[in-house]
Design a protein around this ligand. Structure first.
Ligand code: IPD
Length: 649
């Protein structure tokens, strides 16, 4: 540990944590915060909240953080540096934004942040950084002078984190009955995350199978196991396993699960197991429920003696490690050379995350770029329809992102026309065909009983009542010419009703999505139509078909309409036009001659964002005519288009 107690240039430390409910009434609102933007229904959250209700609705994490906060303040008071310590959470009070506001009021200008997550990954690092950025943006909007914030490096391999865990494992081994102790295995556990998130964790150049998340945990496990062997003289076999999986069942997450692992060990005749939760800084709900309740019950059922080793919590070696990390970073900022402390083989983690480190969920699948084996959901519950919608949305997002990445990264410079359809200008490129194949191939794996209708010829009946409507490239002519307005559009219908719509626009970095009855989003922001202007002030999007006669007629309608509205736009992708209505970038959109794959996803997104959609007055939208606009503009525009004969050639 270091002697110099100078924390300059920093004037505060912020303990940044996840947050958790402190009573039964707070459980669902807390889970709503955690899952914001994902449209998970309240009923489902109540089910998920069962773990908390078992503990009186109280998450242990807040008391753990209070203890760590006290220990840190005590440690700093005893040893220095003279640095105030604050506490803020991402998902529950005290909220990060409020704490930062308080820090600004206290005059803090350079803030160091300690996250209660020790390893790399999107959810363990970047999401904390994104929330910090969001909180700063809010304060900026309030006109406050923003402090500069630096996040401390990952501390998974700091001796002050590893040593208490080693001691915990030794203690648990000692607690096992003597006759099984020597043969005990160690199951090091951490939070399971999606394979795609694990693979893309850490700096880009290091991405490979397992990424930094798994490598860092393996390094910690090996270091602890080696230290245990040194101190006991016994070689306890070990394995890194996972716990607390969530998310849709068809998305692969890190395995094996601790309960499956216990069964396997028992089957192999292993006499006892120590479960060592190295992925957790303190006794989070995952430790208390998934290990102490669920896995312990599984072991009891098997007749397998198990012990769970302690997490680091507020161990004085850990608080000293935090002091050490603060001083190390302060010295680095002052330009002084400092030898960083780290055990294991990986060396100290970086101070500044490189660009592309731990990408968010939407880019993980693209980076990973390979198909995953699939497990199917088998349970049917009272909320089956909502669960189905959530599952379909995840698959649609995954498929759209994979196809979008393929189209964006794989577009040949000499892309030519592979075939034509309704006319010589209605083109199909080899990329339309390949993109549709990619999506239908994925669907065949994960939803083999569903029907599929695709622009490039996919026409599968299916037996499940679910139908996927796919436009592998909407805006093909834009794509052919290298213009950026093209999209992958995927809608999912059940018994004729559209449940899910996804329009992914890679060149905008935007994904629009909607689930029936659950609102529309662009990336993670809610999408909302613009308030209706008078028809004369409306910016209206439209498009033209591929047949010469139709285009002539469409031009006549535009010729009449253009003087009666603010202006007319022709973007070249009906799906994007509908999403532009959903986000207020257009006031309205209409077109004659669209096919279901052009409008199915965009129609739901526009409606869920508050637009009305339809065809001729009183008719639903169809190939004859598609109109979308907020209430108040929709009606006069629809009437005007009808008068102008926009519905016929
Ligand atoms: C076309 C686009 C275009 C619209 C055409 C559609 P495609 O779809 O959506 O904006 O005006 O009517 O056919 O051929 O690019 O998939």
């Amino acid at each position: 540990m270091r002697d110099a107690l100078d924390a300059t240039p920093y004037d505060a430390l912020l303990l940044l944590s996840f947050g958790g409910p402190e009573g039964p009434d707070e459980v669902v609102p807390f889970l709503e915060n955690v899952t914001r933007g994902r449209g998970i229904p309240k009923e489902r959250l109540k089910e998920v909240g069962q773990h908390y209700f078992l503990f009186g609705g109280v998450s242990p994490i807040n008391d753990q953080n209070r203890a760590l906060l006290d220990a840190l303040r005590k440690d700093f008071a005893e040893h220095g540096p003279d640095l105030p310590v604050y506490w803020g959470n991402r998902n529950w009070g005290p909220y990060l934004t409020d704490t930062l506001r308080e820090m600004v009021a206290d005059g803090r200008r350079r803030v160091l942040v300690l996250a209660t997550s020790a390893y790399a990954s999107y959810s363990g690092c970047r999401q904390y950084r994104e929330d910090l950025a969001g909180a700063l943006a809010t304060l900026e909007g309030e006109g406050l002078e923003l402090p500069r914030i630096d996040k401390l490096r990952h501390y998974f391999n700091h001796p002050g984190f590893i040593e208490p865990m080693t001691e915990g494992v030794l203690k648990s081994l000692a607690e096992l009955p003597e006759d099984v102790r020597a043969g005990a295995h160690i199951a090091f556990t951490t939070h399971s995350i999606p394979d795609a998130a694990a693979d893309t964790s850490g700096p880009v150049e290091a991405h490979g199978d397992g990424g930094a998340y798994v490598r860092q945990h393996l390094d910690v496990a090996r270091t602890v196991a080696d230290a245990v062997r040194e101190r006991t003289g016994t070689d306890h076999p070990w394995r890194l396993v996972y716990q607390s999986r969530s998310g849709a069942p068809h998305i692969p997450w890190l395995e094996p699960d601790i309960c499956d692992h216990l069964e396997e060990l028992h089957g192999a005749g292993v006499p006892a197991v120590v479960m060592a939760p190295i992925g957790f800084v303190s006794d989070h709900m995952e430790v208390l429920y998934d290990l102490d309740t669920e896995a312990t019950a599984k072991a009891a059922e098997l007749g397998l003696p198990v012990r769970r080793s302690a997490t680091v919590g507020a161990d004085p070696r850990f608080t000293a490690a935090i002091r050490d990390l603060v001083l190390e970073r302060a010295a680095t900022e002052r330009g002084e050379a400092v030898p960083p402390c780290a055990l294991g083989t990986l060396g100290p983690s970086h101070d500044l995350c490189p660009v592309g480190c731990c990408p968010g969920p939407h880019t993980q699948a693209r980076r990973r770029g390979r198909r995953q084996p699939v497990r199917m959901r088998s349970t049917v519950t009272a909320t089956a329809n909502d669960e189905l919608k959530a599952e379909l949305l995840e698959i649609a997002l995954d498929a759209a992102h994979r196809a979008g990445a393929f189209l964006r990264d794989g577009r040949p410079d000499d892309l030519g026309v592979a075939a034509t359809k309704s006319s010589a200008v209605d083109v199909v490129t080899e990329m339309d065909i390949a993109s549709e194949k990619l999506i239908t191939g994925l669907l065949a794996d994960v939803r083999p009983d569903d029907g599929v209708l695709g622009e490039e010829g996919a026409d599968i009946r299916g037996s499940s009542g679910v139908q996927w409507v796919i436009d592998p490239i909407d805006g093909t002519v834009n794509y052919l010419y290298g213009l950026p307005s093209w999209a992958v559009s995927i809608a999912v219908r059940k018994d004729g009703e559209t449940l899910v719509g996804v329009v992914h626009v890679p060149m905008r970095g935007e994904t629009y999505r909607a689930v029936l009855g659950q609102g529309a989003y662009v990336n993670d922001r809610p999408a909302r139509v613009r308030p209706a202007p008078d028809l004369g002030l409306a910016l209206v999007g439209t498009g033209f078909g591929y047949l010469a006669d139709r285009r002539t007629r469409q031009a006549e309608v535009v010729g009449q309409l253009i003087s009666q509205v603010r202006d007319i736009r022709r973007g070249g992708s009906a799906a994007i036009d509908l999403c532009d209505v959903a986000t207020g970038r257009l006031d309205a959109y209409y077109e004659r001659g669209l096919n279901p794959w052009d409008y199915a996803a965009g129609d739901l997104i526009a409606r869920e964002a508050g637009a009305l959609t339809g065809g001729r007055p009183g008719e639903p939208l169809s190939t004859e005519l598609t109109v979308a606009a907020p209430p108040g503009l929709f009606e006069p525009l629809q009437a005007r288009l009808d008068e102008l004969g926009a519905w016929h050639d």
